[in-house]
Design a protein around this ligand. Structure first.
Ligand SMILES: *Cc1c(COP(=O)(O)O)cnc(C)c1O
Length: 406
């Protein structure tokens, strides 16, 4: 990041001037309230918004580092983990914690798996085996914690190729993972098959349900992905995606209890400041995401999530139909909320959609456009498809907007 030539002003700025400037700056940002963005933010309606605001305000200043000082936070965190564990059918005795997001949940699972491989199986040169479509958080974990990343190629349905995975999992493997669903195409990997082959070799398996953790439990014919699948040892589920919390809230779960959580925990007293202990990568932690996650989960309950998931699935279905009717190809057989679609001139179509004020992520392998549907998108399906029809009809050359990931 280049550092701009900005200095702390000599004197303070009056509050109204300050916020006038802040609002002005914010005008350049994506208009997510209008349903124009298709990732990053998951609006679930004004009532949910009000709950999130109130929870955030109540816990603006607290610090989730020390559970003894703020017992209400420790309780809420335990309850968020417990409610999530229940949804994902974690067995009695499972353990877990809240993290700052899906990336940290995944990195914690990778780190715990590495340390277990070293301590329990004497692995000296660990690998991490994940589908080509796995989220970059796995590669980040491999890089941070010194594992070699091994990618499972995808089959024709864009799911991890199980036969190829058989050949990649060996004595060095610290962890195998699959996504439910994955980010690029929204398809669910063959979790039972992948988890079984990991289990046969005595290797842990992680289901990345960062997207699906609060969607698939409310979809009756969802493919098996959670702790009911034998061999699934850890899972990640983002409360700040389809759990609808504000950012900074995810859950990592371990099938096995205390002895695995020991690997995640950091305890230290070799300094003059007394015993320091933490399950998170951060030290001081914002309390607001914990309060927001707990509040929105309690506010919605099973029936609330079912209603919102129903709306997401219905909206995604209408979009899929409309996109296919325009002669564009939807990739794979996406479940729930993510669609990626392509055409020979997909990037040029994306540029036209930019002109119309829509923000679509670009993908590669093949070049495609990406939609992550949230409950509020049901309002814009018609307008979106009208503009897409126009974009298909008038797309010229692509301006070469880079594939972007979010
Ligand atoms: C978003 C996402 C992640 C990472 O979550 P962050 O909260 O952005 O760190 C992991 N896996 C999948 C499938 C995702 O879509």
């Amino acid at each position: 990041m280049e550092i701009p030539e900005v200095r702390l002003p000599a004197d303070g700025t009056p509050r109204d001037e300050l916020f006038a400037e802040l609002r002005e700056r914010k005008r350049a940002d994506a208009d997510w309230r209008g349903g124009r963005t298709w990732s990053l933010i998951y609006p679930a309606g004004e009532d949910v918004d009000a709950v999130l605001r109130e929870a955030n305000e109540l816990y603006l200043h607290e610090n989730a580092l020390n559970p003894f000082r703020f017992p209400s936070l420790a309780d809420m965190e335990r309850e968020v983990v417990a409610m999530t564990a229940g949804l994902l059918h974690a067995p009695a005795g499972a353990s877990g914690s809240m993290t700052s997001g899906g990336t940290e949940s995944i990195m914690q699972a990778v780190r715990v798996a590495r340390d277990r491989a070293v301590a329990e199986r004497g692995v000296t040169d660990p690998t991490l085996v994940v589908p080509r479509s796995a989220h970059p958080a796995f590669a980040k974990g491999a890089k941070y914690f010194g594992l070699e990343l091994v990618q499972i190629p995808l089959d024709a349905d864009l799911r991890a190729d199980v036969a190829a995975a058989e050949r990649l999992v060996d004595g060095r493997t610290a962890l195998v993972a699959g996504s439910a669903p994955n980010y690029p195409h929204g398809v669910v990997d063959p979790i039972p098959e992948l988890a079984a082959l990991a289990q046969e070799r005595g290797v842990p398996f992680h289901t990345d349900a960062c997207v699906g953790g609060f969607l698939l439990p409310f979809i009756d014919d969802a493919p098996p992905f959670d702790f009911r699948v034998p061999g699934v040892t850890t899972m990640s589920a983002d409360v700040h995606k389809y759990g609808y919390a504000t950012k900074g809230a995810s859950v990592v779960l371990h099938r096995d209890g205390a002895h695995v959580l020991q690997y995640q925990a950091f305890l230290y007293q070799d300094w003059p400041g007394g015993l320091y202990g933490s399950l998170a990568m951060a030290g001081a932690r914002p309390a607001a995401p914990v309060a927001a996650a707990w509040s929105v989960m309690r506010y919605l309950g099973v029936s609330g999530y079912r209603r919102l998931v129903g709306r997401v699935v219905e909206t995604a279905g209408r979009l899929r139909e409309g996109i296919t009717a325009l002669g564009l190809e939807v990739l794979g057989d996406p479940r729930a909320s993510i669609l990626s679609f392509t055409a020979p001139n997909a990037m040029a179509i994306g540029d036209r959609m930019d002109d119309f004020g829509w923000h679509l992520d670009r993908q590669t392998e093949p070049e495609a456009l990406h939609l992550m549907v949230s409950p509020e998108h049901h309002r814009v399906v018609g307008a979106f498809l009208d503009d897409l029809r126009e974009a298909v009809a008038t797309a010229g050359e692509s301006r070469g907007v880079q594939a972007r990931y979010s």
